[in-house]
Structure formats: structure tokens, C-alpha cells
Design a protein around this ligand. Structure first.
Ligand code: G3P
Length: 217
């Protein structure tokens, strides 16, 4: 399972990279705005900086919602760096654009996915990645993990090449459940990745080892 970090914060991306387990980055307009990035030039520069840190796929999201706009924006983003994956919303023109990009060899991440039906359409159009938002499904009292399970099963039935990128991860259990199901990728806030480290028996055991090591000095 690949680990992506879901942030546009350069320090957090660097920290995840330094941990040695980072396979890529996903961003979205909300995450970019949170970093105070304003204007087209600043957006482009920021994507370039992310690509300099990480040796892996970096999702950059289009903000156009019509076919021509998505294609123009997506081609511009894809030309910035070979690791850029164009993130396209799950809308009718988005699906058309994903099909177009797929024919041109431009990799895509279909975002804002909340149903198995949407997942089938994105795979048929040739999306490289599919981003079902499991945390936001949980937020409305449905089961986000079930959705990931359903999509993974459907993709296996037909050997679709689209990779399931579980997004909107909120906690370490989401990551573990996605691993059990066989999601191809999880994109997580850094804190959820770091939370995987925690276990009280590890802390207690280490404290005891260090105390005993003192006795040998
Ligand atoms: O990048 C898309 C997704 O991961 C957003 O997560 O926490 O805003 O639902 P969240």
C-alpha cells in the first residue's frame, strides 16, 4: 500500500518524506488556500516546490468545471513536472476530460467520489487514481470503509487499472482498515501517519530497557 500525505504544507511534506515512507502527495484547493497561496504564479511555484521534495506522484487539482477549461488547466499542470497527476472532479465534464487525458498519456486522480457508481465511471474513463472520501462518508453516518471495500471488489472483478486512493482519512484505524481491504493508496494527514507509531506497550517496554541499560553503565 502506498502512503501519500494529504497536505500542501511544505514542512509537513518534508517531515513525512524524512520518515522514509512517503510515496506521494495530494493537494486540493482548500489545502492550498490554507497555506496562504494566492494567484496563479504562486500556485505553480508551490506545486514545483512540492515536486522538489517528494520523489513520487503529486496531485494538483483543476478548478475549472467545463471540459475545455479542465483540459487547458490540466495540460498546464501536467507540464510543470513529470510527477504531477491532474486531479479532476467527479462531474460529467470531468469524466470526459479524464478520458481525454488518458488518451494523451496524462495521469489523473478523479476526486470527490462518494459512490461505487462514480467509481465505475472513473475507471471506464481511464483514471489513474480514484479518490473516495471515506471520512466525509463517515461524517454523514454512512460507512466510508464499506465504500472502499465495495470499490476494491468491483475493480478486482474487472481488473480495472485505476488505483483506489482512499482519501479524507481521519485516523490511524482508517489506514489499517484500508490496508486490510487492499486499497492501493491512502492519503492521510501527517498526524494520522504518525499516530500509527503509538503503542503504550512500546513506550513502557522502551522505558524498562533504558532503565535496565543504566544498570550496565
Ligand atoms: O484531498 C481530499 C481529501 O483527502 C479531503 O479530506 O479531511 O477535507 O475530508 P477532508
Amino acid at each position: 500500500m502506498k502512503f501519500f500525505v494529504d497536505t500542501a504544507n511544505l514542512e509537513q511534506i518534508q517531515e513525512a518524506y524524512d520518515l522514509g515512507i512517503l510515496d506521494g502527495v495530494t493537494t486540493n484547493p482548500s489545502l492550498m488556500a490554507k497555506e496562504g497561496i494566492k494567484g496563479q504564479e504562486a500556485i505553480i511555484e508551490h506545486y514545483k516546490k512540492i515536486c522538489e521534495i517528494v520523489d513520487g506522484d503529486v496531485s494538483a487539482e483543476v478548478i475549472s468545471t467545463d471540459f475545455e477549461g479542465i483540459v487547458k488547466e490540466g495540460e498546464m499542470l501536467a507540464a510543470l513536472h513529470p510527477n504531477i497527476v491532474v486531479k479532476v472532479p467527479m462531474i460529467k465534464d470531468g469524466i470526459k476530460a479524464i478520458k481525454y487525458f488518458s488518451g494523451k498519456g496524462i495521469r489523473t486522480n478523479c476526486t470527490l467520489v462518494f459512490s461505487a457508481g462514480q467509481a465505475i465511471l472513473a475507471a471506464k474513463a481511464g483514471a489513474t487514481y480514484l479518490s473516495p472520501f471515506l471520512g466525509r462518508v463517515d461524517d454523514i453516518s454512512w460507512d466510508g470503509v464499506d465504500l472502499i471495500d465495495q470499490i476494491v471488489a468491483i475493480y478486482e472483478n474487472y481488473a480495472f487499472n485505476t488505483q483506489v486512493l482512499a482519501a479524507s482519512i481521519r485516523n490511524p484505524l482508517h489506514i489499517i482498515k484500508c490496508a486490510e481491504i487492499g486499497a492501493d493508496v491512502v492519503t492521510c494527514p501527517l498526524k494520522s501517519i504518525l499516530a500509527l507509531l503509538n503503542h503504550p506497550l512500546t513506550d513502557n517496554g522502551l522505558a524498562k530497557f533504558l532503565a535496565d541499560a543504566e544498570k550496565m553503565k
